[in-house]
Design a protein around this ligand. Structure first.
Ligand code: FMN
Length: 325
C-alpha cells in the first residue's frame, strides 16, 4: 500500500483523487465508487442548487461511508450553495479558479470551521502560495496536459516547483495522469498523490454520453487543443485559463473567427446543446487531456483506482528499486 501525507490527512487507502469536474461530468455514483475503492471522490457543485447539493450528498452517503470532497469553481460560486455544501460536512472542500480579488481566506476559514479540509488547484507557482497563506491543506498542481481548464505549465515542471514552493503542505499532481506509471512519476516528483479527470470520464459510472467516452478511448492523445472557443460559445469568461478540448469540427469552425463567435454566441450555444443530447462528438465541446492517448478502455471507476494503485506499487517496489546498482 502506498501511504503519503495526503492519504493520511484524508484517511484514505490510495493517494488517488477524482477531479470534481463541472458541467455534469461527475455524479454521486461515480464519486462514491472512487471513494469506496479507497480513492478520494469529488463532486462538482457548480450548477447545482442547495437542494441538489443536499440530495447528491445523501446519495453518496447511501453508497459509501468513506471520505469525499465537494468541488467549487470559486469565480462562479454562489454563497447559498457554498453554505449548503458545508452543511453536508464533506471531508474536504475542493476549490479551483478564484478570481484575484476574491477573499480566498474566508472560503477556507469557513470550510475549516465546518470541519472540512481544503484543497486548492493551481496552475502556476504564485497561485498556491496565496492558497497556503490563506490556509489551504492540500495543493493540486495542475499541468497543461490535463483536460478542461488548465494553465500553460506542464505537470513535469510544475509539480516539483509547487512542491518546493509550498512544502510541507501536501501536493497532488494533476494533468496527464491516467495510470500507475503517472502516479509513480508524480510521487517521484515529490507529490503526495495524483488527481485525475480524463481517466474517470471514460468510466462506467461517468454520466456523459457513451460516444464521448468512446472518443477518449479512440483518441491518440494528439487531437486536443487549448482554446477559448468553447467558453466563448458558452458565454463564460474564465479567469486566466483556456480549455483543453478535442479539436473537432466545432473548434475548427471558429478558430481565427472568435470575434464572429462572440456575435453568433446564442445560436452557436443552442446548436451545441442539441448536439450534446445526440452525443455528436464533432459538434460538442469535448474536454479531455492528452492522457486520452493512454486510455484504451471504459472501466468501472473503482477498478481504475485499484489498477492504478497496484501498478504504481509494483513500479515503485520492483522496477525502480531494481535500477539502482
Ligand atoms: C470535463 C472536465 C471538467 C472539469 N471541471 C473542473 C471543475 O469544475 N473543478 C475543478 O477543480 N477541476 C475541473 N477539471 C479539472 C480536473 O479537476 C483535473 O485537474 C484535470 O482533469 C486533470 O487532468 P486529466 O484530465 O489529464 O486527468 C475538469 C476537467 C475536465 C476534463
Amino acid at each position: 500500500m502506498i501511504r503519503t501525507k495526503f492519504s493520511d490527512l484524508l484517511g484514505i487507502e490510495h493517494p488517488i483523487a477524482l477531479g470534481g469536474m463541472g458541467g455534469g461530468f461527475t455524479r454521486p455514483g461515480m464519486v462514491a465508487a472512487v471513494s469506496e475503492a479507497g480513492g478520494f471522490g469529488a463532486l462538482s457543485c457548480n450548477g447545482l442548487s442547495p437542494d441538489e447539493i443536499h440530495d447528491a450528498a445523501a446519495k453518496m452517503r447511501s453508497h459509501t461511508e468513506k471520505p469525499y470532497a465537494l468541488n467549487f469553481l470559486l469565480f462562479l460560486t454562489d454563497d447559498e450553495c457554498f453554505t449548503a455544501a458545508l452543511k453536508e460536512k464533506p471531508a474536504a472542500i475542493a476549490l479551483a479558479w478564484p478570481r484575484p480579488e476574491q477573499d480566498l481566506k474566508s472560503f477556507i476559514d469557513r470550510s475549516h470551521e465546518a470541519g472540512c479540509k481544503v484543497t486548492l488547484m493551481a496552475g502556476t507557482v504564485p497561485a498556491p502560495e496565496r492558497g497556503v497563506e490563506a490556509g489551504a491543506d492540500v495543493i493540486i498542481a495542475q499541468g497543461t496536459e490535463g483536460g478542461g481548464h488548465v494553465g500553460w505549465m506542464a505537470s513535469m515542471v510544475l509539480t516539483p516547483m509547487i512542491v518546493d514552493a509550498v512544502s510541507p503542505v501536501p501536493v497532488l499532481s494533476a494533468g496527464g495522469i491516467a495510470d500507475g506509471r503517472g502516479l509513480a512519476a508524480a510521487l517521484a516528483l515529490g507529490a503526495d498523490g495524483a488527481l485525475l479527470g480524463t481517466r474517470f470520464i471514460a468510466s462506467d459510472e461517468s454520466p456523459i454520453h457513451e460516444n464521448f467516452k468512446q472518443a477518449i478511448v479512440d483518441s491518440d492523445g494528439h487531437d486536443t487543443v487549448l482554446t477559448e472557443i468553447t467558453d466563448l460559445a458558452a458565454g463564460v469568461v474564465w479567469p486566466g485559463a483556456m480549455s483543453r478540448v478535442k479539436r473537432n469540427r466545432l473548434v475548427e469552425r471558429w478558430i481565427g473567427r472568435e470575434w464572429d463567435l462572440r456575435r453568433d454566441q446564442a445560436q452557436a450555444f443552442a446548436r451545441i446543446q442539441a448536439a450534446r443530447k445526440e452525443g455528436d462528438v464533432e459538434e460538442t465541446p469535448l474536454s479531455y487531456g492528452q492522457d486520452a492517448g493512454l486510455i484504451h478502455d471504459i472501466l468501472p471507476a473503482g477498478e481504475i483506482v485499484r489498477r492504478i494503485a497496484e501498478e504504481a506499487e509494483t513500479i515503485l517496489t520492483k522496477k525502480i528499486s531494481s535500477l539502482v546498482a
